[in-house]
Design a protein around this ligand. Structure first.
Ligand SMILES: [Zn+2]
Ligand SMILES: [Zn+2]
Length: 242
């Protein structure tokens, strides 16, 4: 609520001060009327302070209100959120949570991020990571830190993401491209199995594994992927064996 709106009590005191004294015997009803008036003025002021000049971005017909403003990120890589202005709960929920322009809350950084955005080439901007929906930026951090999820590989999936050209982020985090598995063309179940087998073998011999998506066909049924691996430090490997 706007800080410059006086409270009901302040308004009530002002009304009492400014009114001529009540007739004797009328004190109670006088106070009650003053209180009702203070409440009405207060809600009017709150309502007025809430109004914005801008139109609601959802319906485009009504003026937006401060109290319905939401901060959301168009892409997970944005440093600053954008203020989304709405006129009502209904307009806010339609815009924020109805397909296709919907937003999700990242389970890690807790920001509200657009699911898919043309600013980021319409890439899906979230991933499931161990049952939690996280934004791409957090997912990148998690897989660079821990490697891709073994459970997904075991289910026949190839978890990964589009890094910058040359898989820079993974390389900078100490991963190396695996010879024979760079720009690997996955076009059939066999080729997927071969790729996954190599990834699991590397994990078994003490590597963390990351997967860079190079180019994907529509629907993601085929595409080029690159396998990257990073050897765990000895102390960490020992601990994992125990
Ligand atoms: Zn609206
Ligand atoms: Zn996040």
């Amino acid at each position: 609520m706007a800080a410059d709106v006086p409270s009901v009590e302040e308004l009530y005191e002002t009304i009492l001060r400014r009114s001529p004294p009540p007739l004797s015997g009328m004190e109670n009803i006088f106070r009650e009327k003053a209180m009702q008036r203070a409440e009405r003025i207060h809600s009017y002021l709150v309502d007025r302070a809430d109004r914005l000049e801008e139109d609601c971005i959802s319906c485009g017909r009504r003026k937006a209100r401060k109290s319905f403003t939401r901060s959301a990120y168009e892409t997970p890589w944005d440093e600053e959120p954008e203020a989304k202005l709405f006129c009502s709960d209904e307009c806010r929920d339609n815009y924020m949570y109805e397909e296709p322009w919907s937003y999700f809350t990242c389970g890690k950084c807790e920001r509200e991020v657009c699911r898919q955005n043309p600013k980021n080439g319409w890439h899906i901007q979230y991933r499931d990571y161990k049952g939690e929906t996280v934004c791409l930026r957090c997912y990148q951090g998690l897989i660079l830190e821990n490697g891709v999820e073994r459970e997904k590989l075991e289910k026949g999936l190839i978890p990964g993401m589009f890094f910058s050209w040359g898989n820079t982020e993974a390389i900078n985090a100490g991963y190396k491209e695996v010879p024979g598995y760079t720009n690997f063309y996955v076009r059939s179940e066999e080729s997927a199995k071969m790729f996954i087998k190599k990834a699991l073998e590397l994990m078994d011999s003490g590597y963390r594994v990351a997967v860079g998506y190079e180019r994907m066909g529509i629907g993601g049924t085929e595409g080029y992927v690159t396998l990257l691996a990073k050897r765990l430090e000895k102390s960490k490997r020992m601990r994992r064996v125990k």
